[in-house]
Design a protein around this ligand. Structure first.
Ligand code: FAD
Length: 487
């Protein structure tokens, strides 16, 4: 038997879940409040420049090829290309570390900073691979949607072996002596919007995802992913309703009856909430939770820059670290400010993607970690923006940037919150600062209302495009099983 299912929010999670549920024969309505689908990933084109806002480091492409398979679409819709240079790390003393997948070349690169760290590299890779494999079999493929899933034999011992109580920073210090090497790896904590001093070492399994399975890009930019997912959704019969903000989830005796959208009550058998689970409280007429700053992942201050010149030496991904990394996380999670001397990430996709290269013009995506915040008017000021442009010229070697700037579009945490419903503009909803927060994210099955489910970066297993795709697969299975039980 099939059900009528509403999915609220057409981010990567909502889109992916809708494809899987429609492919199982359910009637699926996907509601998106914006004019376009994509959520935290969107295409921005202006004055002849083209950008993909949001995810730029793409990993685990097979998860999205699997989705295309489900919809019987060709995998050529997602022509992922593997990067031979993941990113170039620049340190305050002028030294550089190229992160590359080739193990021997990476060891050679590490040896220019520390011979001991180069020797430790294979041991680190083996350990992060082990953590990935344990997480894959015990956490990523477990929806934790019933008590049975928590009682699974092997779960406690798997948990014990992924270093949940050890901070990432201390884990990296066990392997590497050079502060710069540690800094470059501690940055994985920011992939979950958190601090390396508080995020469990488990999250370092990202090293295996990157170095073991690859970092990719999509020709045309990351937004190519949206075109493919939308195509697949339409093909399997998902009814996509854009410009359709949902105001309420309707319930009776703690059971779902439907939703209110555009002033109309529409009955549904199941609802999947595909945006930030913290903000989604308002759908139930409950106030937004008042969480301490530590509990919320950080946000970003983004500049989309259209520059009338080329930077031939700038690779696809570059990271410019400050002298001390600790100050960054104190600023984000204690002082709620943009760091005085921030880490700067620059994405220059045309460096690898000829389809994006416009002779004499460069489209750059610049990201600086910023605190999650409902009011950034105090610090996201014109002075701050000017200071960042100066830093890009001085620290990041983007010479003559300001005098060649055709376009400079800023996206602040408040903009991100407005556009996507992200709680205080945080990139991943709840932070992973601390073991419990990292491993016990918002469950997929609502505890308050039967028939309501969650998908997306703020829920299990977490944020980032691959985790969101994994979560969508699990959520679709859970919703499908619920539908079977109901009939
Ligand atoms: C600056 C930045 C950089 C990032 N970099 C990377 C990266 O390099 N690699 C990576 O893998 N990931 C990265 N991410 C994370 C990744 O983009 C997200 O984890 C992922 O896209 C989140 O998808 P989601 O399904 O949770 O939904 P979201 O993207 O949060 O989308 C939710 C959707 O719901 C809609 N919505 C909200 N409220 C309603 C309502 N009431 N009714 C209808 N619709 C509603 C919103 O408009 C939105 O479209 C980055 C994110 C950002 C912001």
């Amino acid at each position: 038997m099939t059900s009528r299912i509403a999915i609220i929010g057409a981010g990567i999670g909502g889109l992916s879940a809708s494809i899987r549920l429609a492919a199982k024969g359910h009637t699926v309505d996907l509601y998106e409040k914006n004019a376009e689908v994509g959520g935290k990933l969107w295409r921005y084109e202006n004055a002849g420049y083209s950008f993909s806002y949001g995810p730029s480091t793409l990993t685990m492409p097979w998860l999205f090829h699997d989705l295309l398979d489900v919809a019987e679409c060709p995998s050529s819709l997602l022509p992922y290309q593997r990067l031979r240079l993941h990113h170039r790390n620049h340190f305050a003393d002028g030294s550089v570390l190229d992160a590359v997948p080739d193990r021997e070349q990476m060891q050679d690169n590490l040896a220019t900073l520390s011979a001991a760290d180069a020797r430790a590299w294979p041991l680190y890779l083996a350990e992060t691979k082990r953590m990935y494999e344990l997480s894959q079999s015990h956490f990523f493929n477990n929806s934790f949607s019933s008590i049975r899933h928590y009682l699974h034999r092997g779960l406690p011992s798997a948990l014990a072996r992924v270093h949940p109580l050890l901070p990432m920073q201390s884990f990296h210090a066990r392997y590497f002596q050079d502060k710069r090497v540690r800094m470059s790896l501690d940055r994985y904590a920011t992939y979950v919007g958190s601090s390396p001093a508080q995020t469990p070492a488990t999250i370092a399994l990202i090293a295996h995802i990157e170095f073991g399975t690859g970092v990719y890009y999509l020709p045309g930019g990351s937004a190519t992913l949206l075109d493919a997912l939308l195509h697949a959704a339409v093909k399997v019969g998902v009814n996509v309703h854009t410009n359709s903000p949902v105001d309420r989830v309707l319930q009776r005796h703690r059971s779902l009856t439907g939703i209110r959208v555009r002033g109309e009550n529409v009955p549904y058998d199941a609802v999947v909430i595909g945006f930030d689970a913290l903000t989604a409280e308002t759908l139930f007429d409950r106030p937004l939770p008042a969480l301490p700053v530590q509990a919320v992942s950080h946000s970003g201050l983004v500049a989309l820059l259209g520059v009338r010149r080329e930077y031939p030496d700038l690779p696809h991904h570059s990271v410019f670290f400050p002298q001390t990394y600790e100050a960054e996380f104190q600023a984000l999670f204690r002082d709620q400010k943009v760091p005085e001397n921030p880490t700067i990430y620059i994405c220059n996709p045309a460096a690898s993607d000829a389809t994006l290269s416009h002779h004499g013009r460069t489209s750059l995506f610049v990201l600086i970690n910023a605190p999650s915040s409902s009011d950034n008017s105090e610090w996201a000021t014109d002075d701050m923006k000017e200071r960042i442009l100066q830093l890009l010229e001085r620290r990041c070697h983007l010479s003559d940037l300001r005098q060649n700037l055709d376009l400079c579009q800023w996206v602040t945490p408040v903009d991100l919150a407005r556009r996507t419903g992200a709680y205080r503009g945080s990139i991943y909803g709840p932070s992973s600062n601390g073991t419990r927060r990292a491993l016990m994210r918002t469950p997929m099955v609502s505890r308050h209302c039967r028939g309501v489910f969650y998908v997306g970066g703020s829920t299990h297993p977490g944020g980032g495009t691959p985790m969101v795709a994994i979560g969508a697969k699990l959520a679709a299975e859970v919703v499908h099983a619920y539908s079977e039980r109901r009939h």
